[in-house]
Write a protein that binds this ligand. Structure first.
Ligand code: PMP
Length: 448
């Protein structure tokens, strides 16, 4: 609309060139409620991406805002003086921690963004092991600071900023779908003793690569400090690893006495239908990162949660001005309570099945929709062209069609060819169906 156009033009004039507007039509937002947002021209949209998986309890959730208002009136910020707000959130995070960390963890808040939590994890791993190298995975995204960029696989994000941490080696992240499109050595030997991962050749190859990185004295890492991995890759294209991959990594990390680190910044806090995506695999990390939805209704807040055995830092060993942000912390605690009280994990699992079901039905007989995947409300649909190659243009066109018809969707994948849905967990089935009507129309329209 005209007001949206005015704001967009102003943004293009005065904002950083790094700001990336995703649309072809001008939209500027004015207000949000639950799973819907209104733009400045009065149009309403169903929000199927929630600020990249931030607004799990919905826009301006009133239960969260009640506590935010109260806390804002009292005290917004301290640093390392104790506050009930910080201690309550630490206890709440312990309550929902993965089984192997519950009751045996410590939490460090640092800076406000996910990247900060990743930096803290890197420091903690190095500090505890004395190691210098890190193993990460192709297709990964971990953030925009130097350490997080080094862990991130996509060279496009980092090649202009080298040298970064030099000793990061990226291993294969198993993706049976992507492998089908690349020639692979199908004869990879499974390195996991009980053979659990062998059901997937892709998984076996990935684990073999990690093992080789650790063992190869020339091409590998002489002194690894840890393994850093997303339990479901987000930016990489909502890639759910095969059964056995995280278990295999757990065994390798334990055997080599290095920490296994899970980046749950996008996949955590209920997004996948469990508190943490790692729980789908029953694998406990030594260190994990969280952010995005942690600030409740969009306040910037991140945390690194780790096993208490790794709590070796001296006082002041890791710093961060904003680890005293009481308002963000109150919002985080309330948001977790809200998810618990409304059983939104079960809702995310059920609704996610339904959404994937409808997308799969839409893909029947349509070769352009290669795969629909995900867990809970962390959903990806991968598109390919007539020859089976990644088709980013199709997904961009689907996104534009959805924007024009009142539905906000996001993209992912190395080639931008994955339609990504991360709606608020409060999305109702009715609203999901309304959004899906548009998304399915968009798919038909673009791939016809
Ligand atoms: N890790 C993962 C898995 C992410 O998805 C992101 C953000 N998309 C980050 C780290 C970085 O978080 P932030 O942008 O808040 O720094």
């Amino acid at each position: 609309g005209p007001k949206g156009r005015e704001l967009l033009e102003k943004q293009e004039r005065i904002d950083s060139s790094a700001v990336k507007y995703p649309g072809d039509i001008p939209i500027a937002f004015d207000s949000g409620k639950g799973a819907t947002v209104r733009d400045v021209d009065g149009n309403t949209y169903i929000d199927m991406f929630a600020g990249i998986g931030v607004l799990n309890v919905g826009h301006s959730n009133p239960y969260v805002l009640e506590a935010v208002r109260e806390q804002t009136e009292k005290l917004v910020h301290t640093v390392d003086f104790p506050t009930e707000a910080r201690l309550d959130l630490i206890e709440k995070l312990d309550e929902i921690a993965p089984a192997g960390l519950r009751g045996e963890n410590r939490v460090v808040f640092g800076g406000p963004t996910g990247s900060d939590a990743v930096e803290a994890a890197i420091k903690l791993a190095k500090y505890n092991t004395g190691g210098d190298g890190l193993i990460a995975f192709r297709g990964s995204y971990h953030g925009a600071t130097s350490g997080a960029m080094a862990l991130t696989a996509n060279k496009g994000f980092k090649d202009d900023y080298t040298p970064l941490i030099p000793d990061v080696v990226h291993a294969k992240y198993p993706s049976p779908f992507i492998d089908r499109h690349e020639s692979g050595d199908a004869a990879a030997v499974c390195p996991v003793a009980d053979g659990e991962c062998c059901e997937s050749v892709s998984c076996a190859r990935a684990l073999k690569e990690v093992q080789e990185i650790i063992e190869d004295p020339y091409g590998g890492l002489a002194n690894p400090a840890g393994i850093f991995v997303e339990p479901i890759q987000g930016e990489g294209g909502v890639i759910v690893p095969p059964e056995g991959f995280l278990k295999g990594l757990r065994e390798i990390a334990t055997e080599n006495d290095i920490p296994l680190m899970f980046d749950e910044i996008q996949s955590g806090l209920g997004r996948s239908g469990q508190w943490w995506a790692s729980e789908w695999h029953g694998v406990t990390p030594d260190i994990m990162t969280t952010a995005k939805a942690l600030g409740g209704v969009g306040f910037p807040l991140s945390a690194t949660i780790y096993h208490e055995d790794l709590d070796t830092w001296d006082a002041g060993g890791h710093a961060g001005t904003y680890r005293g942000h009481t308002v963000a912390m109150r919002a985080g605690t309330r948001a977790i309570e809200y998810i618990q009280e409304h059983d939104l994990l079960a809702h995310a699992r059920d609704l996610g099945e339904h959404v994937r079901g409808r997308l799969r039905t839409a893909g029947e007989g349509n070769d352009r929709l290669g795969e629909v995947r995900g867990r809970g409300l962390f959903i990806g649909a991968e598109f390919v062209d007539e020859d089976g190659n990644p088709d980013g243009d199709a997904v961009e066109a689907i996104q534009q069609y959805c924007f024009e018809h009142g539905v906000l969707v996001w993209t992912a994948g190395r080639h931008g060819n994955v339609l990504r849905l991360l709606p608020p967990l409060v999305l109702t089935r009715d609203l999901a169906d309304t959004a899906l009507d548009v998304i399915v129309d968009a798919i038909d329209h673009v791939t016809a």
